[in-house]
Design a binder for this molecule. Structure first.
Ligand code: FAD
Ligand code: NAD
Length: 477
């Protein structure tokens, strides 16, 4: 007889494991199956985010930033640190330790909440049944009233520059390099391109980013994106917009990349080439065809607004269903689904999903850019606050960037907040709360911000919407 559960979640990444924990908290007998194997063949919950994405990339971003500051900034503070050298093996060891401590933590959480964690592969068999094949061999059939697909995504392989695992690498390969490449090429100046490009550039790689689109970070307000581009170029990133890669040949000593730019053909040699042109849904070996679960034309699992697939009792969340491919979006979906299964009315507010790029300065945004708000038919007012005169930013030696507020002329409601500057990954939380509560600029104008703090720059941007900023030159009315 098959072992039976109320809920089986297939995939233990940021969408799957919180779904399983919340379901168990709500009284469901729950199992979470995850197939992830690390390079050393050890299984780990946490999916892409904890093992090969969010966490290891942030660990390396922080370490490389410390190295960069030690070389270029310590002296300004009057701190003499002679002979600063790089110990990349230690940097990588620290990164691994952070990931492992978090993935191990999920097992503890499963235990504490009564989730059965199963390490191995899950496959839909139809009729509420799932085949579980443990790493190492044992296969059994499980059944559940509710089955959740949370199998995530994988990097897109580019036909003209296919991954070879040696010189042409994906983001996981780029996180694991044992040596700093002298010359690094990156195809795609999106989120991964600029984050991992920054890491290796700070560690000494001459880094060139080849981006197909003519605009840098088109999803970000263009005033903010331009400032981010300016700062990243100043740090040494060579960002080439409108570049069309036509081929990449991997050889003994590296990779030769051919591309077209401004109507001319170019060829450039790199030691390593990172291809970061987006991710696609991962449902390989899941048995969606046999179970009759419909995918859309791009391979995402089709769901309604309650995360129900076309098959009764089968649901899907996270990267596998598309939308913003972000860990926190997956977490919220997983939790909302578990609560909906328990009869709650939880919903995810897709108008208030924050995005962050962890470069230095960081870029963060929530809601609409000025361009998007205008395209959606809003009459907008905008205000900007600058980090340049901020006392706190100056003390941090990071007085660059700006915060831009986009608001609706008719209602004074905040439509979006886009920012580039120090710690904006943290500052964006205030803007998310503002959007979640439908705040007007007046609500925030009347909200006191500590001095000196980076939050004052948000306050200034809000005040600037109506030409009353204290620390900025206001637009003439
Ligand atoms: P995943 O995390 O991909 O997890 C899916 C899990 O399902 C995996 O463990 C997989 O092995 C397992 N699985 C698949 N098929 C099966 C099967 N048949 N049986 C059993 N298990 C299966 N997002 C952020 O919000 N912030 C960041 O800073 C950030 N940084 C990133 C940096 C990088 C380099 C990358 C690549 C991504 C980053 N992301 C970031 C994106 C984030 O990692 C994803 O949005 C998130 O991991 C998606 O969660 P998920 O649970 O849907 O899928
Ligand atoms: P992305 O969509 O952010 O960027 C891909 C870039 O590649 C785009 O700018 C695109 O125009 C460009 N591109 C596509 N095809 C190209 C080609 N042939 N030649 C040159 N350029 C080309 O995707 P990504 O950077 O691979 O990241 C994947 C996902 O992971 C994203 O959805 C992102 O949200 C997520 N992620 C998030 C974070 C974070 O939240 N900090 C960090 C890393 C990754």
């Amino acid at each position: 007889m098959s072992e039976s559960f109320d809920v089986i979640v297939i995939g233990g990444g940021p969408a799957g494991y919180p779904c399983a924990i919340r379901a168990a908290q709500l009284g469901f007998k729950t199992a979470c199956i995850d197939a992830w194997l690390n390079r050393d063949n050890t299984p780990a919950f946490g999916g892409t985010c904890l093992n090969a994405g969010c966490i290891p990339s942030k660990a390396l971003l922080e370490s490389s930033e410390v190295y960069h500051r030690a070389q270029h900034e310590f002296a300004l503070h009057g701190v003499k640190a002679a002979g600063v050298t790089l110990d990349l093996a230690q940097m990588q060891k620290r990164k691994e330790a952070i990931s492992r401590s978090l993935t191990g933590g999920i097992k503890t959480l499963f235990k504490a909440n009564g989730v059965t964690g199963l390490e191995g592969h899950g496959k839909l068999l139809g009729n509420g049944q799932v085949q579980f094949k443990a790493h190492g061999g044992e296969t059994k059939t499980l059944s559940a009233k509710h089955i959740v697909i949370a199998t995530g995504s994988e990097p897109i392989n580019l036909k003209v520059a296919p991954f070879d695992g040696k010189n042409i690498i994906d983001s996981w390969g780029a996180l694991d390099l044992a040596e700093v490449p002298k010359r690094l090429g990156v195809i795609g100046a999106g989120v991964i391109g600029v984050e991992l490009g920054s890491v290796w550039s700070r560690l000494g790689a001459k880094t060139v980013l080849l981006e197909a689109l003519p605009n840098f970070l088109p999803m970000v307000d263009q005033q903010v994106a331009k400032e981010a581009q300016r700062q990243l170029v100043k740090q040494g990133l060579d960002i080439r917009l409108g570049a069309k890669v036509t081929g990449a040949k991997s050889g003994k000593s590296g990779v030769a990349v051919e591309f077209e730019l401004n109507g001319a053909k170019h060829s450039e040699e790199f030691d390593k080439l990172i291809v970061a042109v987006g991710r696609k849904p991962y449902t390989n070996g899941l048995g969606v065809e046999a179970a009759g679960v419909q995918l859309d034309e791009r391979g995402f699992v089709k769901v309604d607004k309650h995360y129900r697939t076309n098959v009764q009792g089968v649901y899907a969340v996270g990267d596998a269903i598309g939308g913003a491919m972000l860990a926190h979006k997956g977490i919220e979906e997983g939790v909302a689904l578990a609560e909906q299964l328990a009869g709650h009315h939880t919903e995810v507010n897709y108008n208030a999903v924050p995005s962050v790029i962890y470069t230095a300065p960081e870029v963060a945004w929530v809601g609409r850019s000025e361009e998007q708000a205008k395209a959606a038919g809003f009459e907008v007012k905008t205000g900007t606050g600058s980090f340049v005169p901020s006392g706190r930013a100056k003390a941090l030696e990071q007085a660059v960037g700006l915060i831009k507020v986009i608001s609706d002329v008719k209602t004074d409601r905040i439509l979006g907040v886009h920012m580039v500057g120090p710690y904006v990954s943290e500052l964006v939380a205030e803007a998310v709360v503002a959007l979640e509560f439908g705040a007007t600029t007046e609500d925030i104008a009347l909200t006191m911000h500590a001095h000196p703090s980076l939050g004052e720059v948000f306050h200034d941007a809000i005040l600037a919407v109506d030409g009353r900023a204290i620390h900025a030159v206001n637009k003439k009315k």
